[in-house]
Design a protein around this ligand. Sequence first.
Ligand SMILES: [Zn+2]
Ligand SMILES: [Zn+2]
Ligand SMILES: [Zn+2]
Length: 145
Amino acid sequence: MANVGPSSSSSSSQPEVADESQDWILGAGSGWVEARTSCDHLNSLSPDLARLPNPDTPCSRCENPVENWLCLCCKEVLCSRFVNRHMLMHHQQTAHCLALSYSDLSVWCFCCEAYLDAQVILQLRPVHQAAYILKFGEAPPVPQL
Ligand SMILES: [Zn+2]
Ligand SMILES: [Zn+2]
Ligand SMILES: [Zn+2]
């Protein structure tokens, strides 16, 4: 319930994520994995996260069109490990460890191997909001804590 975007305004058909092999994207299913509220790797965030690539930007390596990840260190858009694993390979090659999913706007830290709560972590809040606006065309709801 923390992960539902506005559906009335967007008429684009969202592909149903029903693949049981998506154990990596644990938050995408019905269960919600608790996200970390701290991370030691935030100093690797790109200094310029005000302008983001569009959520429909294809993977820069294989042109996979949807459900890509945005590297928050260099703003490269790369596909998930269920496509051609280019985000994972990018992490292994560059040690960039922070990525935002354009599928559900969750933030993953490869070094922590955990999701980060982008609405709690102050450094992540602006980029999460910017991505939300790009994806849904409006600002995210204020988190009710
Ligand atoms: Zn981390
Ligand atoms: Zn790719
Ligand atoms: Zn990167």
